[in-house]
Design a protein around this ligand. Structure first.
Ligand code: GRF
Length: 184
């Protein structure tokens, strides 16, 4: 099972997955839309090939995705893992990889969709928060939920919540990937 991870920024989830030894899963490619993404440095360190897609070079999202698709085929990619990828996917990728694209989001979906899930939940004053792994469809942070984990965050500082969320993300994403594709 060859997977591509899509990441736009820091890439700590990417590194956590890519440095795990699986039975069947192999992280074969990093796709990023940012040429200065720190995820690239992590890929170089781990000897994982990467490809940068600059959406501005294409007339539409679907044209950009056709180029991505060509790369995915070149690397014989079976499934896609989004980890901090700051673009909504279009039909080209979603149709080609139906039920084979997953995403992680740092809130209990369907609450607090979007780029600032942790902060939005904190500012709303939630007493319980957590992490969601879900299948990807064309809606932002939409798609059927695969797994969620929550914790009580009453009276916690934002920093502490962020730290706990990230630790939970690393654990939950590996668990789901293993269950879905690694024969666990
Ligand atoms: C994570 O919090 C993830 O849930 C969200 O984007 C963040 C990516 O962090 N989708 P990193 O780039 O993996 O460090």
């Amino acid at each position: 099972m060859r997977i591509a991870i899509f990441a736009s920024g820091n890439g700590s989830n990417f590194e956590n997955i890519a440095s795990t030894v699986f039975k069947k899963v192999k992280v074969a490619l990093l796709i990023t839309n940012k040429k200065d993404a720190y995820a690239i440095t992590r890929a170089e360190k781990l000897n994982i090939p990467y490809w940068i897609v600059n959406y501005k070079d294409y007339i539409s999202i679907n044209e950009a995705e056709k180029a991505i698709l060509t790369k995915l085929k070149e690397y014989q990619i079976d499934a896609i893992v989004l980890a901090g990828y700051m673009r909504i996917l279009g039909d080209t990728l979603i149709n080609e990889y139906e039920n084979k694209i997953i995403n992680i989001h740092p809130s209990l979906l369907p609450s607090f969709k979007g780029a600032n899930g942790i902060l939005d939940a904190y500012e709303y004053g939630v007493k319980v928060t957590g992490v969601t792994v879900h299948y990807v469809n064309s809606e932002l942070d939409g798609g059927k939920i695969i797994a969620q984990e929550s914790f009580n965050c009453d009276k916690m500082e934002l920093r502490e919540i962020e730290e706990l969320i990230h630790q939970l993300e690393y654990r939950l994403y590996l668990k789901v990937i293993k269950q879905l594709w690694d024969g666990d």
